[in-house]
Design a protein around this ligand. Sequence first.
Ligand code: HEM
Length: 157
Amino acid sequence: MFIFRRKHLSVYCLTVLLMTGSVGALAQDETPAVSLFDRLGGLMPLSVVVSDFIDVVVTDSMLNANPAVDASRKVVPAPYLKYRVTAMVCEATGGPCTYQGRDMKSAHAHLNITAAEWDQMVMLFKEVLAKHQVPETETQELLDIVGSTRADIVATP
Ligand code: HEM
C-alpha cells in the first residue's frame, strides 16, 4: 500500500493541511491535529490491512489449537470479522465509522483466550503492519488501541 510509505504520508498530511485550511495554525507554530485514521490514509488502506490481518489470524495454527477458537472459525465467516474489525478500528482511530458489533468481553468470553494466544495475535498484527510499511508512530498508536482491549479478551491473564 503506497499510501503508508513515509514519503507519501508527508505529502498526504500536507494535502490534508491545505484542504482543512490549517496552514494558518502552522504559521502560528501550532501542531495540527490530524487523526490517526487520516494519517493511515483513510478507509481504503485501513480495510486492506485489516483484511490481511484477519486472513492471517483465522488460519494461524497456534491460535486454532484452541478448540473454542477453532470451533468459532468454522461458523463465523472471515468477511464478517473483516467488516466488524474494520468498523471498530476506523472508529477508534477517529474515522467516520460506527462500530455496531458486540463489546469485546461478550464477543470473546466463550473462547478462553490465553496470554500466549494474545501475544501470538500481537506478533501477527505487527508483521502485517510491517508488511504494509506503516510508520513507527502510527504502528505504536495502533498497538496501543489493540492493547486497550486485552483485559476484556484474555480470559487467563
Ligand atoms: C488472540 C486474540 C483474538 C482471538 C483468538 C480472537 C478471536 C475471535 C473469534 C473466534 C471471534 C468470533 C466469536 C464468535 O462469534 O464466536 C471474534 C470476534 C471478534 N473479534 Fe476477536 N479475537 C482476538 C482478538 C481481538 C482483538 C484484539 C480485536 C479488536 C481490537 C477483536 C475484535 C473482534 C470483533 C470486532 C469481533 C466480532 C464481534 C461481533 O460479532 O460483534 N478480536 N474474535
